[in-house]
Design a protein around this ligand. Structure first.
Ligand code: TYD
Length: 220
């Protein structure tokens, strides 16, 4: 950590349909109710520029997108959110919550697309230096159950003019590799990257998330 004083940075990870976005929303509510100022970001997306990048990434017409192009666009969105929102909020000593961060690129592009962890970590260092979440919560549910939930949701949300489904159209084997990627990160960085049991009601999972976050609040 380069800054002597800064806020708290927590990211959420998980395969599609794991419930991580719901959990992040519930955590933000709980933190605000406890009096904290919270900034919420999401990737790919977050900022207005990030949302334009997200449209390119998810457009089902962009079938020919090369894995390296995908990785660079993920980082372009991340670099923008970091510069525009995350760093200023951390400097104001706020709590930053990000729905996905570089660990998604490690798991999806590094592991599942086969680009390797090394390429992703080098890009992170080049673009973002040593900025890392203080805590990453990876919500783990049964893969097939989660995917069925995500696909149903995306199909009903996609209109005919904007088919934002390109990244949802992967095989089960692809998501299995994503999970392998997350487990590798957990083994490499056990202090920062925690896998949270995502089974049960959203409230049950939210209590597990709160149990992870609370010790960091006490130390502040
Ligand atoms: P997201 O909006 O979180 O969708 P979901 O809620 O369905 O998980 O992420 C969109 C997709 O982008 C998702 O399939 C994961 C993928 N993704 C990557 O492949 N690499 C990345 O670095 C990021 C941030 C996301």
């Amino acid at each position: 950590m380069t800054d002597a004083r800064r806020g708290l940075f927590i990211s959420f990870e998980g395969t599609d349909g794991s419930g991580k976005s719901t959990q992040m929303r519930l955590l933000a509510q709980r933190l605000r109710a406890s009096g904290f100022t919270v900034l919420e970001s999401a990737e790919p997306g977050g900022t207005p520029i990030g949302l334009q990048i997200r449209r390119i990434l998810l457009d089902s017409a962009n079938e020919e997108m090369a894995p390296m192009t995908e990785l660079l666009l993920m980082f372009a969105s991340r670099a923008q959110a970091t510069a525009q929102w995350l760093k200023p909020a951390l400097a104001r000593e706020e709590i930053v919550l990000s729905d996905r961060y570089t660990d998604s690129s490690l798991a999806y592009q590094g592991e599942a697309r086969g680009l390797g962890f090394d390429a992703v970590l080098k890009l992170h260092e080049l673009l973002l230096g040593d900025l890392q979440p203080d805590l990453t919560l990876c919500i783990e549910v049964d893969l097939e159950e989660g995917l069925a939930r995500a696909h149903g949701r995306n199909r009903s949300a996609a209109s005919d003019s904007t088919k934002e489904t390109r990244l949802d159209e992967q095989s089960l084997g692809f998501y299995q590799r994503v999970l392998d990627g997350y487990r590798k990160i957990a083994a490499l960085e056990p202090d920062r990257f925690h896998i949270v049991d995502g089974r049960g009601t959203p409230e049950m999972v939210a209590d597990r998330v709160w149990a992870e976050v609370q010790p960091l609040l006490v130390r502040r």
